[in-house]
Design a protein around this ligand. Sequence first.
Ligand SMILES: [Zn+2]
Length: 398
Amino acid sequence: MAYTVPKLKEFSPAALDKAAERLLTALEQESAAVNTEADWKTFRDRWMGRKNGVLTQVNELWLKAAPKGAKRDVGQRVNLARARVTETVEDGKPKRIVGYADAGAANIGEVTVGKGLSAKVKLGSAPAVVEHAVDITLPGNRHPLGAEHPVIKAMNEILSVFRNLGYSIAEGPIIETDYYNFEALNFPPNHPARDTQDTLFLANQDSKPLRDRLLLRTHTSPVQIRTMEKMKPPLRIVVPGKVHRNDPPDASHSPMFHQIEGLAVDTNITLGDLKGTLDHAMKALFGSSVKTSFRPSFFPFTEPSAELLVSCFICGGRGKRNLEPCRPCKQTGWIEILGCGMVDPNVFEFVKSNGYDPRKVSGFAFGMGVDRLAILKYGVDDIQLFFQGDVRFLAQFA
Ligand SMILES: [Zn+2]
């Protein structure tokens, strides 16, 4: 028989305790029978419903009906009962977990956990909530952390060496005009040095004057001119970026690759500064035991020009590794790293109006292929691997 709130005939403490005890026993029994959320809602409404819930009735039949002298005793027990009912209803709310009750099968079960340790598992037809449910037993999605691409990693390493020497980083456009890519760097129109650059020109430019025609920059050197137009000397910059040349892709060539250019201009820069700076940079990059050597070369925008070689950091300059010929240095014991030289006074003429009077300032410049350095540094045998996006290859550098 379901519990009903009795009318009290006696209001003695003993009679009140007995009535309260009956109420709480009924509360426990009904609470123990709650299994599903629907059960619980019925239970909650029966005990706490405003209109006709047990607590409301207790208020009416016990507290309001009590004679004046017994109000205090009744009040204490009613308050206690209200606290117990509220607590029991709150605690009894089933916590619904829907998932694979049996990991080995597709049995979707409803697991209802409530009231401490008592838990019930019902297997059978999937409840409607399943489509919104989270399967807490499945392993989570893994989101591996990304890492720097080896070319970017090498680039950052080189840049940080020069940043520590006080150089700032400058950047410029990849689509460049003929003026910045060639003319202002002392490649006059029809100069044979232009042929060495295998330039990719943008189509339909014939109606424009030559210096305004657009091309994909073949080196990062145009940023030298762009920066000198904006900033007065003294100047120390490094310029990282992508460059393009019409080279078919193979193990050591790519139509797109990366360069870092450097430029220092001041009133008294000498070839000694160039050699000292680059010798320091090479030791910082490849280890303090490497030696550097300069070999005369030619670039239109520097005079004199040189190639910088470092003693092979793979075979230690011996040209051989365990009696096998050392491939990276072609058994010479030296590896060519970059091109450099003193800025040609003709280049300063183009930015003379911004304080670069070739009779007053001098400077040096250098440029290196970052991909080639990454190949040497990480022992990679094909430049194409850098650009294929194969995670198995890239993960080795993470
Ligand atoms: Zn070697």
